[in-house]
Design a protein around this ligand. Structure first.
Ligand code: FAD
Length: 316
């Protein structure tokens, strides 16, 4: 099923979970063990992230080589495996970084043959070890360009002229940033770029994580004001430790509201801090559901324990 159809037909809260491929060399059973405990919450979609290789420089015989090492391969394989095992629709993340347009086209054809109908189209983070995003020489610079390529294929337009080419049928999601993407000069500009992604063919938006309901509400209002009409699904990150009060803002360029920081810092034990954080995130989810969001997209980490605790709190 396509995400956009699931949103239109949803009779109850639409839950999607985002998982990260395991490290190279890890058995896929570890991932299944985590998903076995999350599937009872009936996620409609499982998103699987995609990661550029880490770039390392190695000296061999007095020559410095730039060597890409991919730590977490397997996005498309995991999507196919999960789809088969749990009979659930999967959403592979597709990034611009590291791909030429031709490689992107081939990878999209793979997905089409596998019967995967959903894609989250992203520019991607800079490769580990690089400070800025560097596009492939023959690739896309922005997610909007990737969306445009997928949209073209949905109309049977491939990179080379093919007679009577079969159109693909991808539902395209893109990312949005309630606190602005860190590279954008201001919120207005970032929203214009978001609108451009929708004009290029995106069907819905999933947001970066945030912890303040009013920021999300203002983001949705501003998006609607400039004519972005597609569904906006909030991205939810269940925090589970005091350390994340520093690491999450640093890595994701977002803020954590004072009441949440104080509540966690005032907790007597690590376990109590974790419980307080999950309660705060559950409160945020309830506010979002009251506001009428089309679903909740949960960023699941590791063994999924914090996601389980959050979902138990929310759904019983
Ligand atoms: P874009 O939409 O291309 O925007 C990037 C920046 O360029 C923004 O500042 C935007 O304002 C600006 N911009 C856009 N168009 C133009 C233009 N025409 N001219 C000038 N500036 C422009 N990263 C991964 O590597 N793998 C993943 O699996 C992954 N999953 C994610 C899932 C979600 C839900 C989210 C929110 C993020 C995810 N990311 C992932 C992170 C994401 O790739 C990074 O945040 C990245 O820095 C930006 O990607 P984007 O698709 O939002 O980029």
């Amino acid at each position: 099923m396509q995400v956009i159809d699931a949103i239109k037909n949803a009779k109850e809260m639409m839950l999607s979970l985002e998982i990260t491929p395991p490290n190279k060399g890890t058995h896929i059973n570890d991932l299944y063990e985590t998903l076995d405990t999350l599937m009872p919450f009936k996620p409609k979609f499982i998103n699987v992230t995609y990661h550029q290789p880490q770039v390392v420089y190695e000296e061999i015989d007095n020559v410095i080589y730039r060597i890409p090492k991919r730590k977490k391969p397997g996005t498309v394989g995991i999507c196919a495996a999960i789809g088969n095992r749990y009979n659930v629709d999967t959403v592979p993340h597709f990034i611009c970084g590291g791909f030429s347009k031709f490689e992107t086209e081939d990878a999209l054809i793979d997905l089409h043959y596998l019967g995967i109908e959903n894609i989250l189209a992203l520019r991607g983070d800079p490769a580990h070890g690089e400070r800025h995003f560097i596009p492939h020489r023959d690739g896309h610079r922005f997610a909007s360009e990737l969306v445009g390529q997928i949209h073209h294929m949905n109309r049977g337009i491939y990179l080379e002229a093919l007679e009577e080419a079969q159109p693909t049928n991808f539902c395209i999601g893109v990312s949005g940033y309630p606190e602005k993407h860190f590279e954008a000069p201001n919120m207005e500009k970032d929203l214009q770029h978001l609108k451009h992604k929708v004009e290029q063919g995106a069907h819905y938006i999933i947001t970066q994580m945030f912890f303040d309901f009013d920021r999300f509400r203002r983001f949705v209002e501003k998006a609607r004001e400039i004519g972005i009409q597609v569904p906006i699904i909030p991205g939810i990150k269940p925090i589970n430790s005091i350390n994340q009060l520093i690491s999450i803002p640093r890595y994701f360029h977002i803020t954590i509201p004072h009441h949440m920081v104080e509540a966690m810092e005032n907790a007597r034990t690590k376990e109590q801090a974790r419980k307080v954080a999950i309660e705060k995130v559950a409160d945020l989810c309830r506010q979002l559901l009251d506001y009428g969001v089309p679903g909740l997209h949960i960023y699941t980490m590791g063994r999924g324990k914090t996601t389980r605790d959050l979902l138990h709190m929310l759904l019983g």
